[in-house]
Write a protein that binds this ligand. Structure first.
Ligand code: HEM
Ligand code: HEM
Length: 183
């Protein structure tokens, strides 16, 4: 069965962000462990914060592109409940792809710490220096981080179910990452 696919830029952005998110999450989980060698911890923090900021810029670009070039309609053969579940989970992923890095930004800047890429561009902090604000943002970053991990697990499970078990053409709406099949 051949469905129309997501546009080439939408697919490229999806897979680029998926790879970066799947590197940013373990970096975040490892860098907060006790007893880590200082140089390793610093490298992971630098990677996590700066790639995290890049992810925030990428998701905004992606939403802009989605607005200009909406996704292909879902195949009529997809049960309405599954279509609704996909719609809701995708919306949740977008909300969290914004909330997680924004909370990370606030946690770091309100805490008075550097974000090397933005500091190199002389970008002033967008939030005041405040330990209380940093503490709230840390909790939000943690909670939203757990939520995005859970939603990604569900999302990848559903994608693989469609791609390997059902083989109903849903997977190839987002595949391949580069070239081909674009609208
Ligand atoms: C999509 C992007 C991001 C994801 C998925 C993500 C995910 C995570 C995860 C899973 C952790 C470990 C759990 C925790 O202790 O909170 C973490 C920690 C952390 N993240 Fe992120 N993060 C992202 C972006 C950012 C950004 C943009 C910044 C700052 C510029 C940031 C700063 C931090 C900091 C400072 C910690 C350590 C928490 C603490 O103990 O203060 N993160 N992140
Ligand atoms: C790891 C982080 C990931 C995130 C945050 C993510 C996020 C998203 C979002 C938001 C959409 C909806 C696109 C739109 O309508 O604008 C989407 C679609 C899709 N994703 Fe992911 N994704 C991730 C990883 C993956 C992986 C690893 C796979 C495959 C194993 C996958 C397979 C798909 C497929 C097949 C679609 C199209 C679904 C459809 O046609 O309705 N994604 N993804």
């Amino acid at each position: 069965m051949s469905n129309p696919t997501y546009s080439a830029p939408a697919r490229a952005l999806h897979w680029l962000m998926a790879i970066l998110i799947l590197l940013t999450i373990p970096a975040g989980l490892i860098m907060v462990q006790e007893g880590l060698e200082r140089s390793v911890q610093n490298a992971l923090f630098i990677f996590h914060k700066n790639v995290g900021v890049a992810l925030l810029i990428l998701v905004l670009l992606r939403l802009f592109w989605r607005w200009r070039s909406p996704p292909p309609p879902k195949p009529a053969s997809l049960p309405a409940l599954q279509a609704k579940a996909a719609e809701l989970s995708h919306a949740g992923l977008y909300v969290l792809m914004i909330a997680v890095p924004v909370a990370g930004y606030v946690r770091v800047k309100a805490g008075g710490f550097p974000i090397e890429s933005l500091d190199a561009l002389n970008m002033p902090s967008l939030v005041p220096r405040s330990d209380a604000l940093a503490e709230v943002a840390k909790l939000v970053h943690y909670g939203a981080g757990l939520a995005i991990m859970a939603l990604i697990a569900l999302h990848v499970g559903a994608a693989l179910f469609h791609g390997i078990v059902k083989r109903d053409g849903i997977f190839s709406r987002m595949w391949p990452p580069l070239g081909g099949g674009g609208r």
